[in-house]
Ligand binder design. Structure first.
Ligand code: SF4
Ligand code: SF3
Length: 546
């Protein structure tokens, strides 16, 4: 195996024996083969687009399977083998469609022609070097191909959530096809791939806007909310991940059963949506960011439902109380699929919860959130006044991901030491590094404004664009906003590319720069966009406040 798609890549270069995330060599290779197969499907689909033949099944399949390969989403080798088989079958159906139209398919890559007639043959193919990341020898081309692939993975995840709520865009699907197929194209130069990277950012913005519309259309606009972090004395289910449709179904099915529901990690912002406030048994948020789950699942006592990443390989005694759905999966954990009407039956989890003890309280009190674009714009006058009078000197976008590395203590210290006339804008699980600190407010405006999940970084961009308009500036970079973003997995990659596409400069990215950026690609990002890493807290604050 060789994997360097996330921030915790071993030694800052790549995992080669077993993932720091817990991914085995076998699963890593199967994920590579999954992506390889999708690239082959994309190559055929692209020829289809040119010939006027469309493949909606391939669009859906690509979106879902890409999502499965995101860090910490799916660790199940058998699921990947089955999914690869589905991909091969789909690919052959696509070829038959061309034949039926008498269109010749020429110049196909091995990714679009390889076959396997057994699980062993699939595993052998997965183990071969020509399907993985290192198959591309030139380090810059490899870096750009992977940067694009990871961006598209993040985009696929967001597109899937929107899709679950009935929203999709043909152009986004077409871009999956274009981008994945381009990563097989030897004719694409480094310059072409840099251009495609920026285009990935454009579709990242479109996809996040689509998801924002899907979420707010279905559940209303997030509003200022105090979220309880204590517990009650009822049996309960903990729901993790990002999928709001899954949460909605779980809340409906648990209503009146005596079983409470708590959010975990990235599901916390669900509390900000008006539609979920009517459920009395939707009690609060339990615990912190994803990486503390082993201890927190122990004390939670009840079953846990993962709707997406981030799963940490569980202790064996927890496996039977962990359930997965959607793109998530872990060997031994029960997986719940939707039926033909797109409904998921969570009754088994509910019955399971009734037999288990209520959660043990590990903290109490409240945290504040709900500052997505609509809510912040409703407060715009107050915010603009505070900037004009100098009560707010600067905003810090500290969105992104949390992770287990000790070096991430930087973000807690950074938030804590920021001057009191600054405001943090956040989204994603990065916020758990500072959302329980007492950072106070500025004239009633809290110093940490949480917009929501990582995809709600889109909200932060909308807010910035609105402020640019209000202050009549020509450039988004003239605003008193600094960007100190923490990343971990591939959703953060699409968020970053989206911000670059919107013209945001001088983003600081930490705790380390991606291992998949070659020195030359890093130089392009530094020279063109002023991307930088992080230093010490004191030096960085001084630099940002200048
Ligand atoms: Fe390593 Fe991250 Fe890849 Fe897991 S996802 S194998 S931790 S680089
Ligand atoms: Fe978190 Fe995994 Fe990225 Fe959605 S849940 S931000 S790390």
């Amino acid at each position: 195996m060789f994997c360097y798609q996330c921030q915790e890549a071993a030694r800052g270069t790549g995992c080669t024996v077993r993932g720091v995330c817990g991914k085995t060599d076998k699963v890593a290779n199967l994920q590579d083969l999954m992506v390889y197969t999708l690239k082959g499907i994309a190559q055929i689909a692209e020829k289809g687009l040119k010939a006027g033949v469309k493949f909606p099944d391939a669009d859906y399949f690509t979106m879902h399977s890409l999502f499965m390969t995101i860090t910490n989403a799916n660790f199940d080798d058998e699921v990947f083998i089955a999914e690869i088989k589905k991909g091969l079958k789909l690919r052959e159906e696509m070829k038959r469609e061309f034949e039926s139209k008498d269109v010749k398919l020429e110049g196909l890559h091995d990714a679009a022609t390889w076959t396997a007639d057994s699980n062993e043959a699939i595993l052998a193919k997965a183990n071969s070097v020509n399907v993985g990341v290192l198959a591309t020898e030139n380090e810059d081309i490899r870096s750009l191909r992977e940067l694009i692939t990871y961006g598209v993975k993040g985009m696929a995840a967001y597109a899937k959530h929107a899709y679950n709520l009935g929203k999709e865009k043909e152009e986004v699907f077409a871009f999956f096809t274009k981008a994945l197929s381009a990563t097989l194209d030897e004719g694409m130069s480094a310059d072409d791939l840099v251009a495609l990277t920026l285009e990935t950012g454009k579709y990242g913005v479109d996809t996040m806007a689509m998801l924002d519309a899907a979420n707010t259309g279905a559940y209303g606009n997030p509003e200022i909310t105090e979220v309880n972090i204590g517990t009650r004395n009822n049996p309960a289910i903990l729901i993790s991940g990002h999928d709001l449709k899954d949460l909605e179904q779980l809340l409906k099915q648990t209503e009146g059963t005596g079983v409470d529901v708590y959010t975990h990690s990235e599901m916390l912002p669900a509390h900000y949506y008006p539609a979920f406030k009517k459920y009395d048994h939707f009690v609060g948020n339990y615990g912190n960011a994803w990486w503390k789950q082993k201890e927190e699942f122990e004390s939670f006592n009840g079953p846990i439902l993962f709707t997406t990443n981030c799963i940490v390989p569980p202790k064996s005694e927890h496996i039977q109380r962990i359930y997965t759905t959607g793109a998530a999966g872990f060997p031994g954990c029960k997986h719940i699929d939707a039926d033909e009407n797109d409904l998921k039956d969570f009754s088994e989890i509910i019955e399971h919860a009734k037999k288990l003890a209520p959660p043990k309280e590990i903290e109490n009190g409240k945290i504040l959130g709900g500052f997505a674009h609509n809510q912040v714009l409703a407060l715009a006058d107050k915010v603009v006044d505070a900037v004009k009078t100098g009560a707010i000197k600067k905003f810090f976008v500290m969105a992104g991901c949390d992770g287990r590395m000790k070096s991430r203590d930087y973000y807690t210290e950074f938030a804590d030491k920021l001057p009191k006339d600054t405001v943090i804008l956040t989204a994603g699980c990065a916020k758990y590094r500072y959302n329980k600190l007492e950072l106070g407010d500025i004239g009633g405006i809290p110093r940490v404004l949480d917009a929501g999940q990582c995809n709600d970084s889109y909200s932060l961009a909308v807010i910035a664009l609105k402020l640019k308009e209000v202050f009549e500036l020509n450039d988004i970079n003239e605003l008193p906003i600094a960007y100190n973003i923490a990343w971990y997995e591939q959703k953060a990659v699409i968020v970053l590319l989206a911000l670059l596409y919107l013209g945001v400069k001088n983003i600081h990215l930490g705790p380390t720069l991606p291992a998949f950026l070659s020195p030359n690609v890093t130089k392009v990002l530094v020279d063109t966009f002023g991307i930088a890493g992080i230093g010490t807290v004191d030096e960085d604050i001084e630099m940002f406040m200048k």
